[in-house]
Design a protein around this ligand. Structure first.
Ligand SMILES: Nc1ncnc2c1ncn2[C@@H]1O[C@H](COP(=O)(O)OP(=O)(O)OP(=O)(O)O)[C@@H](O)[C@H]1O
Length: 400
């Protein structure tokens, strides 16, 4: 990217999003995935200020500028290349500005993921990551801050590997084996259960919101849950479930959201599980019947989701183990205030594992293919292919 930093790219990106949101508020075309909550946050954000934490920029490599930001902890971080982007912000790779030397004399190179957003929804991410501290399927929140110059809030987390879409694309045949998909299913279900156990709904369960640990780490087979920009507390301070609201508005992603979201109904834990089910159908190699529809065709998508329950049920579940029929039936039976039977779903998934002779300790697909990590690095994380942190930053393509 010529003579501008990845951080400035975030600023521009956030600016574009804000412009289109403000346009939407003025009555221009509205992006269907934008939540009402985020619209109002943008308006608030634009009128508030915060002390500057920008520490300056350093030129590195070919016309590449690294921006350094100072977190609330006092630590300073170099913002390197973009490793992910979503509707409201960007995720960058980052390192400490000044590496602390180890006793051996070699610098300790730590890498981070730095998520920046112009929205104050980052505060919700902070709330969720604080609540999930110590849970095994969640990133550690290491630091946070506000960059006055670029007008972005950011959080610093541990750096993970590919999200599930990218991981699937690293595999030669570009689809997971049954063994890998079922165990990802168990892990993602556990992640959702952990999130629910601390009183939050995700409302955006989808493959790109789960990532693996880094291929080079011991956590390469652990699935982590990401992105809590539209999460919501579903319990009050005493831990009792909040009553159902008359209308839930639109939150989520058309492809994976539950039927109830299409009906503008308030979401509850069962809706996260319905999204999980759609995600699983895809991860098991099936094709969601509405995959060819544009995300703006909400009514058509809703109709296809309804048909997947009756006339097209067989085609919908074609690639899934036969036990998945029971899971869908159960999720559809649960109402707004039902306590989801997570254990029942684990039991069914475990039955599939027994029937297919799948062991929890079997290698995952990306472990079986020695060049899967290389393919991921080449396509998404070019700098990480070199020795940790030693490579110059560069712009990398990231698939959504
Ligand atoms: N800690 C992390 N380590 C490595 N990559 C990450 C990390 N967090 C996020 N990413 C990458 O960035 C992508 C976008 O992250 P995230 O979903 O949090 O952003 P977002 O702007 O909220 O996205 P969306 O609008 O699509 O929901 C993820 O799919 C993942 O590939």
């Amino acid at each position: 990217m010529p003579s501008c930093s990845a951080w400035s790219a975030t600023k521009r990106f956030c600016g574009q999003v804000r412009d289109s949101l403000l346009g939407a508020l003025r009555g221009d075309a509205v992006d269907d995935e934008v939540s009402e909550q985020n619209c109002s946050n943008v308006m608030t954000r634009a009128t508030t200020g915060a002390p500057s934490t920008v520490e300056g920029g350093t030129s590195v490599g070919r016309s590449q500028v690294i921006t350094v930001v100072k977190g609330n902890s006092g630590k300073r971080y170099k913002i390197l290349e973009v490793i992910g982007k979503g509707g409201f912000g960007m995720v960058h790779r980052g390192t400490l500005d000044i590496e602390e030397p180890l006793e051996s004399g070699f610098p300790r190179v730590e890498q981070f993921a730095i998520k920046a957003e112009q929205e104050s929804s980052i505060h919700l991410e902070i709330e969720v990551l604080t609540a999930t501290r110590g849970k095994i399927h969640f990133c550690q929140l290491l630091d946070s801050g506000f960059d006055d110059y670029c007008n972005v809030h950011y959080i610093v987390m541990n750096l993970l590997g590919p999200n599930l879409v990218q991981a699937r694309n690293c595999i030669c045949r570009r689809s997971f084996s049954l063994s890998t998909a079922i165990r990802i299913g168990i892990q993602t279900l556990h992640a959702i259960e952990e999130l629910h156990s601390v009183g939050f709904l995700s409302r955006d369960v989808k493959p790109s919101n789960f990532a693996l640990g880094r291929f080079s780490s011991e956590q390469r087979c652990r699935v982590f849950m990401l992105d809590f920009g539209i999460a919501r507390r579903y319990v009050d301070d005493g831990g009792d479930p909040l009553p159902q609201r008359d209308s839930g508005g639109w939150r989520g992603t058309s492809r994976y959201c539950s039927l109830r979201v299409h009906q503008k109904l308030d979401q509850s834990r069962r809706d996260d599980l319905e999204s999980w089910f759609y995600m699983m159908v895809e991860l098991l190699g099936g094709r969601l019947l509405w995959v060819y529809l544009r995300r703006t065709q909400k009514a058509e998508i809703a109709e296809m989701k309804a048909r997947a329950r009756d006339v097209h049920r067989k085609a919908f579940l074609e690639r899934c183990p036969k036990e998945f029929d029971v899971i869908l039936e159960a999720i559809d039976r649960w109402g707004f205030s039902s306590d989801p039977d997570y254990d029942g779903i684990y039991l069914v998934l475990t039955r599939v594992m027994q029937r297919q002779k799948i062991d929890f300790h079997d290698p995952y697909d990306w472990e079986l293919e020695s060049d899967a990590a290389l393919r991921f690095d080449r396509e998404h994380r070019a700098p990480l292919a070199a020795k940790d942190g030693g490579a110059p930053p560069s712009q990398s393509h990231v698939e959504q």
